[in-house]
Design a protein around this ligand. Structure first.
Ligand SMILES: Cc1ncc(COP(=O)(O)O)c(C=O)c1O
Length: 347
């Protein structure tokens, strides 16, 4: 598949900014107007110097964790940065469009809107899987990106791997699979398919199971051609040194992430058992993530009464097909206990 054909002409022509640290990292560095005296904040990280624009050290660690080669990896300021970059690389504003499968994560459409790119909305099937007939009826010749979310936010379910593989045969679009929650069900990942499909991009984040939403770090795996475009278009020093160092510490402590996963999955089961028979709970959707989508007989009342008790969950009732549904993040044991007790009182 000719990926270059899908890239915007101005991006193909773009001569990227050559940053000082791209060319030289060692020596008497008088090339970047940094402060040679040091930094007002003492740190072994030499914060007076710009960070590595190519993320070489971080990618070595990420390679070990993911099994993907460095040349197949890009690191972003959260996966939200990658969503935006993908749109900027492939979608010509007001001309091209992208496809989203609803209900899903809201940033795909927001990023599209910011970039003046039309986000075509197609429905997931009633069990929140890929509906090919629906996609075929909505997709256009200039649909450059199809965003999939697996496990999907806010429904919580994995998409079927075979369906994603089948969608990758749609040779006129890049298939972006957002695996933000995959650490909670790693066996459902499609990362290994990137070797088979040049149009597949798999995004992940450290904001969920790794517990690092505060540092803003996400990554994607894809064909090196797409990775090169991401490096071409990103801000020269997108990832700061403090974030970079924290990513490496995190990746060296995968056991802790796995402990978190175990506890959160156990707590999710406990939570389901505790609320499933409460009056007013209509349905708890199966979840492969760290949250649950729950349908209530009166979601707005439950939502507002929880706020009165200082418990904040997410009201998804206004989303397509999610009438009376609330999304509940699984917290720590004490938070979950307080929510269970509050729901018992309210219902
Ligand atoms: C499906 C999905 N993708 C991406 C993100 C954003 O991830 P990040 O914090 O890496 O920008 C979120 C955050 O909630 C999400 O739910």
């Amino acid at each position: 598949m000719d990926i270059d054909n899908l890239v915007r002409e101005n991006i193909k022509r773009l001569k990227p900014y050559t940053s000082a640290r791209d060319q030289f990292e060692k020596g008497i560095l008088l090339d970047a107007n940094e402060n040679g005296l040091g930094s007002v904040v003492e740190s072994k990280l030499e914060l007076n110097r710009y960070p590595d624009p190519k993320h070489k050290e971080i990618k070595i660690h990420l390679s070990k964790i993911t099994g993907a080669k460095s040349e197949n990896l890009f690191i972003g300021v959260g996966s939200d940065e990658i969503i935006d970059l993908m749109i900027r690389i492939f979608c010509e504003p007001t001309v091209d469009n992208l496809l989203i499968l609803e209900p899903t994560y809201g940033m795909y459409k927001v990023s599209a809107d910011i970039n003046n790119v039309h986000a075509i909305s197609a429905n997931l099937s009633p069990d929140f899987q890929i509906d090919f007939a629906e996609i075929d009826s909505k997709i256009k010749s200039n649909t450059k990106l199809i965003f999939l979310c697996s496990p999907n936010n806010p429904t919580g379910n994995l998409l079927r791997v075979d369906d994603i593989r089948k969608l990758c045969q749609y040779q006129k679009s890049i298939i972006v699979v957002d695996e933000a929650y995959i650490d909670f069900t790693p066996e459902g990942s499609v990362l290994e398919l990137i070797g088979e499909h040049t149009n597949l991009v798999v995004m992940r984040t450290l904001s969920k199971a790794w517990g690092l939403a505060g540092i803003r770090a996400g990554y994607c795996a894809a064909d090196p051609l797409i990775i090169n475009y991401l490096y071409k278009v990103k801000a020269p020093y997108n990832l700061n040194k403090l974030t970079g160092r924290t990513i490496i510490s995190a990746l060296n402590n995968k056991e802790q992430m796995e402990k978190f996963r175990f506890i959160i999955v156990e707590e999710r089961k406990r939570f389901v058992n505790a609320i499933s028979n409460l009056p007013g709970v209509i349905k708890i959707f199966p979840s492969d993530a760290n949250f649950l989508l729950v349908k209530f007989s009166d979601a707005n009342t439950v939502f507002n009464k929880l706020i009165e008790k200082n418990i904040i969950i997410r009201n998804r009732s206004n989303m397509l097909g999610l009438e009376n549904c609330l999304r509940i993040t699984i917290g720590n044991k004490s938070e979950n206990d307080q929510l269970i007790n509050a729901l018992k009182e309210i219902l």
